[in-house]
Design a protein around this ligand. Sequence first.
Ligand code: GA4
Length: 308
Amino acid sequence: MVVVTKSNLTRHNSSNSFTIPTVDISSSAISEQTAMVRACEEIGFFKVINHGANPRTIAQLEAETDGFFSKSQLEKERCSYYGNKTIGRNGDVGWLEYLLMHAAASSEIKSSHSYLLCCLRDYIAELKRVTCQILEKMAVAMRCRERDELSRMVKDKESDSMFRVNYYPTCPSGHSFTGFGEHTDPQIISVLRSNNTNGLQISLPDGRWVSVPSDRNSFFIFVGDSLQVLTNGRFRSVRHRVVANSYSPRISMIYFGGPANGEKIRPMATLMEEGEESKYKEFTWSEYKMSACKSKLGDDRLRKFQRQ
Ligand code: GA4
């Protein structure tokens, strides 16, 4: 059993005087493209409105996961995707329960499986589409030669994308435990949707932590470590964390768009200026993933791949 003790109780000082950059993904206006690139460069995070994902698919998954997490511990543990408090393999813990799966596994789910699994499959398929649309807008905005220069990695049949649903139960009255400790995501991009409970915080380049007000109608986008490398450090992989509260449980669903195991993660040639050198040693996604598996959640995983 994992006990979340006083040592996981942190002071979560965060400031609120910050406006989350917002991008209307349905718009083809240049101003939206510019806002997206600027948000990725300056913060590594933005909110997407008018995403066009099927509201029914979203609502069904939210209802089903709500139901799943209110089941008995024994029943939840029967599900092979279920996890409770432990994060990764190196002793990290958080005040959460979750479902974690490879996105590709979802395409194997048959209609005869449980309704929860079918909802996961449908949501993941929808999110893959939205994620690729965002990556294509990004490639166009960055003036990449091909619009699918980023999205092709997530579209790849071998793509190692992941999906997780995090459930943060309420804390004992007056407490705010660390739900998910600070970290960056190793993949290319993460697309998060939550219920209407706050808790997500991001770290700004000046070191300040800011709270991100929840918005169940929007998606929140995180630049991952791989996208930082693909853009040779132009985009910033954003550190973030989640703080649980004592008044209402938070549920978030995150699609992590990742490349295939053999994909080389190195700056995209079309983005490099003449004579520009890579800031990173070249690595494949499977090498990076293996190194991430050995790390602690809060580690700076890119550091060892940085060129001096
Ligand atoms: C962070 C992003 C995703 O949730 C995740 C996490 C993974 C895990 O929960 O097993 C990791 C973490 C995440 C990064 C470092 C390693 C691996 C826990 C951990 C300590 C599924 C992922 O891909 O990387």
